[in-house]
Design a protein around this ligand. Sequence first.
Ligand SMILES: [Zn+2]
Length: 391
Amino acid sequence: MRARHVVLVALYAALGLSAAFSAVYAQDAEAWRAPFAAGEQARRSGDVAGYAREMANAAEAMPAGHLNRPFVQYHAARAAALDGQGDNAVRWLRTAWDEDIESLMISFAPFDPAFSAISDSSGFRAVMDLARDLSLMTRFLGGNVHLIVGAGSNVVVKVATDGVLMIDTGYGSALPALQKAIRDLGGGPIRTVIVTHPHEDHMGAAAELGAQAEVFAHPGTAAAMAEPYVFMEGVSIPPKPASAMPDVQIAADTSLVFGGEEIRVMPTVAHTAGDLSVYFTESRVAHLGDAFLVGNPMLYPGTVEPDAFLDRLDSFLDAMHPETVVVGGHEEVTDLDAVRDQIGVTRDAMQFVRTSIEDGLSIEETARSGQDRFAPQWTAFFYQLFTQTGD
Ligand SMILES: [Zn+2]
């Protein structure tokens, strides 16, 4: 389940950032991109047969292990369903489920009107049952804090004598597996849920858990929960019910005590408008949410004040014990040095792009001249961020 947001960042590009950004991407054309683009074109024009044919071609052309593979397979599934090919739709969903990354993307299918004609079929229901019958892996991190892997994002739990504090919930469909993993750790009732940001793979079970637990989240997450969650054009999950809504909104650095341990929570708004990062001061564990994703720049479309954000993150890290175990939203467990390295690369890329903009280079020229040091999509991304905000 790692690297989800490498997937998502790549998806945003595939789904329509500017033409200049697409041109940068086209430099490494891959066999699946042409049928994918044709499939998207067919979908927009209402050509269901063309959508199904091209997306099947794109999915077949996807190399093994490609980060966008489950997403293209999902498209092939929904296109087949729309085209009356129920068996093929179920087959593509099953194929997506078997992927190493992002298999829980099939959790969006019950909310996708494309599948309405087959949603009562035994084949469709059997694939959806797979998502509820997960077996998750747990890993001890420190103190009484554990990582649970496989629910769609990294879930961290503190198992105290009087109950459990949980950071992120995974997808809603993974909740039974998550509850079993917590029971296996000896955990009692879930008392507190901290949601790091308003993406479905992090807050999918907030409504169910919020019925019994106190939910903590950033005001930006509260605002997003009140809106439909759009997975792709035409596929959205309804706004969260009242039980998911944060009981406590955290807009500034905050300390809380749970199970006798001080836990610091810091807004790290960069990935979305509602990010929080969390540090367990005695267990020496940090969960940075998707503010830290290996292989991605630490900024996202719409990041406000990127330099101030990186400075704040630096000081949050400096206040941690040097041996702190660091968890990102989707990655392997790592350490503070890895985060600092990525902040450093992010700063270097920002500086490079700013200089390039001052020198009057175009987005393509910037991507090309920096490609020995920075991935072209990074430099293109920063170029857009800085030129959009007038930086
Ligand atoms: Zn995520």
